[in-house]
Write a protein that binds this ligand. Structure first.
Ligand SMILES: [Zn+2]
Length: 376
């Protein structure tokens, strides 16, 4: 299979030039995947993405992404999506504790959950960075991801051991900055916002008291192949890895043992919770005895605009340039301070749009194909 050619620096300048001069096709679609990505859906509904990428050499990144996180938890389950993520590293059907430690050592990974995985509001992601020069390691890593996907062991004993670790993480999240950002999010969203009520770290009483049975039910329902993806990117044989994924992951949902999953048609849907809009200007202030500096923020909620077309890229690049220009001006005022004639003495100030900027440059084929070769 042909290697993907990386656009060079000069070419990326021509992209910006094209944007600046209005020479892009505003209605062209932005591709969702890099060219040459192999993708497909297995019989059990699992989606995969595989891409050979030669840099860094002899390395691969493998991901298991589950389309659910803390937003689907009920009140008495707050924090369990994260606990389940931890339990995967504690033990699975094929890997007892000792075997998982050994495996993580073999790929040079730091041991443990939250170093190789994360749980957020709407997804749970397991990641393994694997050397590809040692025979069989990529395949074994895929097998470990399959264990997290289908066979995490959730016994009362495993859970009781892991509670202490998770409680420690909960405690760490309760520092001054953590408390402040929780109050900030609540002020921003207002009452009845699902996002405020489902912080992934969860509630102390749930972490202390939840039963293994509650966790098993959650795992059985939400860890459904039809709501998962395997993503493999690295310096490997793309077709071979695609084949391996097909072999390893296509288990019919009803045969997954000991927690069989429902049919693909009945797989739970991903929920959509909007952040509530607010009337007028809301003002909130908060103090914390442990905080050593003062901070103020102005936020403006706007509808989320997708980046799908050439014109959306232009809009986002324009916004980004605006924030950079304003940021430079604020930095200058910061550096001047009152002695240098600046208006205030503050340590830092910044402005941003929380929308991530789409990756630019987007690749030779897109720009040359959809937008035309504009030269440098
Ligand atoms: Zn954790």
């Amino acid at each position: 299979m042909a290697a993907v050619e990386e656009p060079d620096l000069l070419e990326s300048f021509s992209n910006l030039k094209a944007l600046a001069q209005g020479e892009i096709d505003e209605s062209a679609d932005i591709p969702r995947l890099p060219p040459n990505t192999s993708t497909g859906v297995l019989g059990n509904g699992l989606t995969y993405f595989v891409l050979k990428n030669k840099e860094p050499k002899q390395r691969a990144e493998l991901f298991l992404a589950l389309g659910f996180g803390s937003l689907v938890e009920e009140e008495h389950e707050r924090g369990i999506a994260h606990i389940i993520e931890h339990l995967g590293f504690s033990a699975t059907k094929a890997y007892e504790n000792h075997a998982i430690v050994k495996f993580l050592e073999s790929i040079g990974a730091p041991f443990g959950a939250c170093q190789n995985a994360y749980t957020t509001f709407d997804r749970t992601v397991y990641t393994l960075h694997v050397p590809t020069d040692k025979d069989g390691l990529v395949e074994e890593s895929l097998k470990v991801l399959r264990e997290f996907a289908y066979f995490t062991r959730i016994s009362q004993e495993d859970l009781d051991k892991e509670r202490k670790v998770v409680l420690e993480e909960w405690r760490e999240s309760r520092n001054a900055q953590g408390r402040l950002s929780e109050r900030y999010v609540q002020a921003l969203c207002g009452a009845g916002c699902r996002w405020c009520e489902r912080l992934p770290i969860g509630k102390e009483e749930v972490i202390r008291g939840v039963s293994a049975e509650t966790l098993r039910k959650f795992y059985q329902k939400f860890y459904h192949p039809a709501r998962m993806a395997i993503i493999a990117v690295g310096d490997f044989d793309q077709e071979q890895i695609e084949q391996k994924i097909k072999e390893l992951f296509d288990l019919p949902p009803a045969t997954i043992d000991p927690l069989p999953r429902c049919s693909v048609e009945e797989a739970p849907k991903r929920p959509r919770y909007a952040v509530p809009d607010s009337e007028g200007v809301r003002v909130a202030s908060s103090t914390d005895p442990e905080l050593s500096f003062a901070q103020s923020m102005v936020d403006c909620k706007r509808p989320r605009l997708p980046v799908q077309k050439g014109r959306d890229v232009r809009r986002r690049v324009t916004e980004d340039l605006f924030h950079r220009a304003l940021g430079s001006r604020l930095l200058r005022l910061t550096l001047q301070g009152p002695l240098g004639g600046g208006p205030r003495d503050f340590f830092s100030a910044g402005t941003e749009s929380s929308d991530p900027l789409p990756a630019l440059p987007l690749g030779r084929s897109l720009w040359h194909g959809a937008f035309g070769d504009l030269g440098t």
